[in-house]
Design a protein around this ligand. Structure first.
Ligand SMILES: [Ca+2]
Ligand SMILES: [Ca+2]
Length: 228
């Protein structure tokens, strides 16, 4: 009888040890995620109804976005960071307004680039783990922007080590590869593009006109991440 108790005791100890071992393993691999606050601008009501449909357009989303969860320490790392562009002198506004934190729909908060495929690029000034990129092209009325491609790299010229995190250019008219992501209707919530902790210093966003005109617009871009 004493022998049996001894075996049971040993097994119980092994079970507890096993639990502790797996518990430690769990915390080592899955870092605790916390909600990252995202500041939204006031919505605009009214404007011209959208007269556009495409097979690649996702249904309009009226719901609130679920909380964005990322590892502790993730925050907006793009505020006030330098912005460059394929279109150096915007028709409306200044490039630095793309990272100034102002997301208002008003014309005075809008940056307008010329027609055709254009990009803007944010320099985070050092390597970051990037968990999401938020983009507000325009939200004074409903629009869809075409050939939205978002890439990250450590090469300011985007020739080497480029990771594409979003691409809705289904026919590869931009020459950046065939995209599988959806076209979407702009609103005040912006578009949240998950980036899964990819490491990079530069973020580049392409577009090629929209449903209202051939121009390209930005109200704000926010990169959610943390320094490496
Ligand atoms: Ca802005
Ligand atoms: Ca296209």
């Amino acid at each position: 009888m004493k022998e049996v108790v001894g075996i049971c005791g040993t097994m119980a100890l092994l079970a507890v040890a096993g639990c502790l071992y797996f518990g430690a393993l769990g915390t080592a691999h899955a870092e605790d995620l916390v909600e990252v606050p995202i500041e939204l601008p006031e919505p605009f009501f009214g404007g011209t109804p959208l007269d556009y449909w495409g097979p690649n357009l996702e249904p309009e989303d009226y719901k609130d976005r679920p909380p964005f969860m990322a590892p502790q320490g993730t925050a907006v790392v793009s505020r006030g960071k330098p912005v460059t562009s394929s279109f150096k002198n915007p028709i409306v506004g200044r490039l630095e307004q793309i990272t100034d934190g102002d997301k208002d729909y008003a014309k005075t908060s809008l940056v307008e680039l010329g027609a055709g495929l254009q990009w803007v690029q944010i320099d985070l000034e050092k390597d970051h783990e990037i968990y999401a990129i938020l983009v507000w092209h325009f939200h004074e009325g409903k629009r869809v922007y075409f050939d939205v491609v978002v890439q990250v790299s450590n090469d300011p010229d985007f020739k080497d080590g480029v990771t594409t995190v979003y691409n809705n250019d289904h026919d590869n008219s931009s020459g950046l590869g065939v995209g599988k992501d959806k076209e979407y209707i702009e609103n005040h919530k912006g578009r949240l593009i998950p980036a899964d902790g990819v490491k990079a210093r530069y973020v580049r966003l392409y577009s090629n006109g929209n449903t209202a005109n051939d121009m390209n617009h930005y109200v704000e871009v926010e990169v959610l991440g943390r320094a490496v």
